[in-house]
Design a protein around this ligand. Structure first.
Ligand code: SF4
Ligand code: SF4
Length: 670
């Protein structure tokens, strides 16, 4: 049976005419979007094409994007799994058994074999899964309504779900009427697909079966074509753009902005969509509006103006609106930054980001929100000098005295005045202990520096410091968009390290760790950078530390620092050290590991006022206090400050102490 050839030449004209129309609509819009995305500047090169393609394909097939977001509280992704896996079978079916078989009038060739018989069985099982997945999606979106989907009960979302639902229904109708008409899928004898066979019993009137078959066939194919036409205009687009975004995503580390050419004034950050890299514009097209990013974002959670989903939406809206003008070399009509309307990213949102990386961690289509935000900060700082007032001191102090407080550089080594330290000298000392500004100047964090020094000595490590010659690493400057000064600091540091023969660096702070390891790598460095949590774990494993347990810490609760965990994947080392040192597995907060909640200090926020909404550190400290700890363990000087301040503000200082991992280990040394 072939409802196409049954209509004679008209059938083929209709089939291919409609197919060409839908493909034309899809390609027209696809080309428009391609042109718009191509307005972006050229970006880093993407190598390893085959590896990338296989990885992206694997991600689509196993649906990694969904598995990473299915939690006990949010199982929305389960329905998506059913739909996608089902559709992978459907798309194959369309190609072989509709386009080739019916479109070329050769169903007898394509359908009279065991493969077709088996495939119709598979489709009979797959079709109900798609129905279940779609109904699941409708319930999740319109009845349960999780917070991340608030306001997303749109007509577009409903139409998409309905079109998904129609596919399996019309398919089963098509096969069922084929069976009822006495043309069951050949090749397996009497073993016909069970669901379609059961449905075929509804068609008892022999005179109308052929008409019904024709109806199901054409309605099925027309809906397939409607979806094809819709893809590039609706959020169906994520099927293609999301996979492309995965294929073309930058290699780790995530969220580290690209270096910019400081000799080219046109690239001092982004204030027009065409200043973004094309990959950033592809990010905006790939968004599927799932809301996972806004749910994890500490700024959104505490009532700031920033919502990472809306940042991406605004970039896309701006591109769609301004793109046609920019293509014709005309001025954009909608500003990218600052206006209070869709398509403009509010200034407050740009400054509210702590660069914690939560949004990028959960985004199913691998969007890099932080890169986009930092690029807009770069423009504001470098081209307009528009930034929160309190940052002026930070910028000046760091530029002139290489530390955020503007303290005399000669005081850098004061933290070590009571202990014996050696200057780092290649050949005489193996490791450089890079203390960092907080570890050198901040009264509380100096204790951590001393604890690390004690551990290094106890482990028999050959180490030295740069003393008063040490410079700021420039982390905050870079995250705040002051690339010009960061670039100078990075080059000064790299030159000094190279001149002194530094090869191995131990850091106290995860921000220094990330900057020296990942940001400086963009300048061609290849030294080994180790955060103290990992280094101590190594010492314990090698039995170089004699630990005698630690009796007075009470319940120890661990907090993941964003720049150690999410940005660099170091989750186990501090936990293992704590377990070995205290003889107990540390207690955990509800939001932990890659779903941890920022302390509120990253992205330069250590130096900024937080006047809108709830304080992020209060939110995190309240969460910690719910676990009733005696000790909160951190691995970052910024986290230390934010937790201690929060605990003081919430009047819990008598109940809870905050210690760095190094302090806990140092206390346990025999
Ligand atoms: S990096 Fe963190 S603070 Fe910034 S937008 Fe993403 S989740 Fe929000
Ligand atoms: S940016 Fe990513 S996580 Fe956020 S709504 Fe879009 S697809 Fe979802």
């Amino acid at each position: 049976m072939n409802p196409v050839s049954d209509l004679g030449a008209l059938g083929f004209v209709l089939f291919w005419g409609l197919t060409a129309l839908a493909a034309g609509v899809f390609l027209f819009r696809g080309y428009q979007l391609f042109r718009l995305v191509s307005l972006g500047r050229r970006s880093e090169k993407f190598g390893q094409v085959i590896k990338r393609a296989l990885t992206a394909l694997g991600h689509v097939i196993i649906q990694k994007c969904q598995f990473k977001n299915i939690t006990r509280e949010d199982r929305g992704g389960v329905g998506h799994l059913f739909i996608v896996w089902g559709f992978l079978f459907f798309v194959t079916y369309y190609f072989f058994f509709i386009v080739i078989a019916s479109g070329f009038g050769i169903p007898d060739v394509m359908e009279h074999n065991k493969i077709y018989g088996y495939y119709t069985w598979v489709m009979d099982f797959v079709a109900p899964f798609i129905v279940i997945g779609t109904v699941w999606g409708i319930i999740r979106r319109y009845i349960v309504k999780p917070a991340r989907l608030k306001g997303q009960q749109t007509a577009e979302a409903l139409i998409i779900l309905i079109t998904v639902l129609i596919h399996p229904i019309t398919h089963v109708g098509k096969i069922a009427t084929q069976i009822a008409a006495g043309h069951p899928p050949a090749g397996l004898g009497i073993l016909t697909p069970p669901l379609s066979t059961a449905v075929s019993h509804l068609y008892t009137n022999a005179a109308t079966i052929a008409k019904w078959h024709s109806f199901w066939f054409w309605s099925h194919w027309v809906f397939v074509l409607i979806v094809l036409g819709m893809i590039a205009y609706t959020r169906y687009l994520h099927m293609i753009a999301g996979a492309l975004n995965d294929l073309l995503r930058r290699t780790p580390p995530k969220g580290t902005p690209e270096r910019i050419d400081l000799n080219d004034p046109s690239s001092f950050g982004v204030d027009r969509v065409d200043n973004f890299a094309w990959k950033q514009l592809l990010d905006s097209v790939a968004c599927v509006v799932c809301g996972y990013c806004q749910e994890i974002c500490p700024a959104t959670f505490t009532g700031k103006k920033l919502n990472p989903r809306l940042v991406i939406r605004d970039i896309k809206t701006n591109m769609l609106k301004n793109g046609p003008f920019i293509t014709k070399k005309q001025a954009p009509v909608l500003p990218l930054i600052g206006e209070n309307q869709e398509g403009s990213v509010p200034m407050e949102a740009i400054w509210a980001c702590t660069t914690c990386g939560g949004c990028m961690e959960v985004c199913p289509v691998y969007i890099e929100h932080v890169w986009e935000i930092i690029d807009m900060r770069r423009h504001l700082v470098q081209m307009q000098a528009k930034f929160p007032d309190e940052l002026l001191n930070l910028f000046e102090n760091t530029e002139q005295r290489s530390n955020p407080w503007g303290i005399a550089p000669a005081d850098r080594a004061k933290w070590a005045s009571g202990i014996e330290t050696k200057p780092f000298e290649a050949g005489k000392t193996e490791y450089l202990f890079y203390v960092g500004c907080a570890g050198a100047f901040d009264a509380r964090n100096r204790h951590i520096s001393l604890a690390i020094a004690r551990i290094l000595d106890a482990g028999g490590i050959s180490w030295g410091i740069l003393g008063k010659d040490e410079l700021c690493c420039g982390d905050s400057l870079r995250r705040l968009g002051n690339e010009y000064v960061f670039d100078r600091i990075a080059k000064d540091n790299i030159k000094m390290f190279q001149d002194r023969g530094v090869k191995k660096i131990i850091t106290e702070c995860p921000h220094c760790y990330h900057t020296l390891k990942n940001d400086y790598h963009q300048y061609g460095t290849d030294w080994e950078v180790i955060h103290h949590a990992e280094f101590i774990r190594g010492l314990i494993k090698e039995k170089r530390l004699k630990l005698n347990g630690n009796g007075d810490l009470g319940k120890v609760l661990f907090h993941d620092s964003c720049y150690l965990g999410r940005h660099n994947g170091i989750y186990d080392a501090p936990r293992e050290v704590l377990a070995r040192t205290t003889s107990h597995t540390p207690a955990e907060m509800k939001r932990r590991l890659n779903r941890s909640f920022c302390c509120g200090a990253g992205g330069g926020h250590m130096w900024m006022e937080e006047s809108i909404g709830k304080r992020i550190n209060h939110e995190r400290v309240e969460e910690a206090l719910k676990e009733d700890p005696r000790t909160i363990c951190v691995c970052c000087p910024y986290c230390m400050t934010m937790f201690e301040d929060g605990i003081k503000d919430l009047k819990a200082s008598e109940k809870v102490q905050v210690l760095d991992l190094a302090e806990i280990v140092a206390r346990a040394l025999q």
